[in-house]
Design a protein around this ligand. Structure first.
Ligand SMILES: CC(C)(COP(=O)(O)OP(=O)(O)OC[C@H]1O[C@@H](n2cnc3c(N)ncnc32)[C@H](O)[C@@H]1OP(=O)(O)O)[C@@H](O)C(=O)NCCC(=O)NCCS
Length: 178
C-alpha cells in the first residue's frame, strides 16, 4: 500500500524551504560554495523561481535542483540556454532515484517554459541517462578549464543546437565559484 510519508513530491521551492535547501547543499557538497551560489542566484534578477525545484519526502526537503539562464556566445551573437547547477540529494537519501526524478521533472519544466537547451558540468556517468551528450562535440566551450567529458548538453527541442556554437557565458553569481 502507498504510504503518503514515502511519496516523493517534486515542486517549485517556496520561501519556507530556503533554509532547508541551504542546509541540504552544504551537506551534499560538504562545503558552502553551492549553498552560496543558490542564495546568490535567488537574489538575482535572472532567477527563475519555477526552475528552483525541491524534492520533498515525508515533509522533509531531501533534494534540490536549480536551472539558471546562461548565454552561448559567439561572434555571430548569443543564444539563450539554461545551466543545470547545482543539484543535491541528502546523503542519507541518495541512490533511491530522487536525483533522477529531479532531473526529469526539471527538464520537463524547462521545456514547458519554452527553454530549448540545457548545459551541465557534472558527473559524466550520470547525466547521459537523461539524454545529455558531450557539449564539446556540439561545438560548445566552457569559459574555464574542465575535462571534456564533464561538459554536457541536451536539446529540449530537436534541432535546438543546429547552427549554434560558442562559449557559455555564466551570469555573475557563478563567477565566484567557476
Ligand atoms: C549526484 C546526486 C545528485 C545523485 O542523486 P541520487 O538521488 O543519488 O541519484 P539517483 O538515485 O537518481 O541515481 C543514482 C546514480 O547516481 C550515481 N552517482 C551518484 N554520485 C555520483 C558521482 N559522484 N559520480 C558518478 N555517479 C554518481 C550513482 O552511482 C547511481 O548510479 P547507478 O544508477 O548507475 O547505480 C547525489 O549523489 C548528490 O547529491 N551528490 C553530491 C552532490 C553532487 O555531486 N551533485 C551533482 C553535481 S554534478
Amino acid at each position: 500500500m502507498d504510504n503518503a510519508a514515502d511519496t516523493l513530491l517534486i515542486r517549485a521551492e517556496a520561501a519556507d524551504d530556503i533554509r532547508d535547501v541551504r542546509k541540504l547543499n552544504k551537506k551534499a557538497f560538504k562545503g558552502n560554495d553551492e549553498a552560496r551560489l543558490v542564495d546568490a542566484v535567488r537574489e538575482a534578477d535572472y532567477f527563475i523561481p519555477a526552475l528552483s525545484l525541491v524534492a520533498e519526502k515525508g515533509g522533509r526537503i531531501v533534494g534540490h535542483i536549480l536551472f539558471t539562464p546562461v548565454r552561448i556566445e559567439d561572434a555571430g551573437g548569443a543564444t539563450p540556454a539554461l545551466a543545470l547547477a547545482p543539484m543535491a540529494v541528502m546523503p542519507s537519501c541518495q541512490n533511491q532515484g530522487i536525483g533522477s526524478e529531479l532531473v526529469k521533472h526539471g527538464l520537463d519544466e524547462c521545456r514547458k517554459l519554452g527553454h530549448k537547451i540545457v548545459v551541465v558540468v557534472g558527473h559524466p556517468e550520470y547525466y547521459p541517462r537523461f539524454g545529455f551528450v558531450k557539449a564539446g562535440e556540439k561545438g560548445l566551450k566552457l569559459p574555464f578549464e574542465a575535462p571534456d567529458e564533464v561538459f554536457m548538453v541536451i536539446e529540449l527541442v530537436p534541432g535546438a543546437l543546429s547552427g549554434v556554437k560558442g562559449t557559455i557565458e555564466y551570469p555573475p553569481a557563478f563567477h565566484a565559484v567557476t
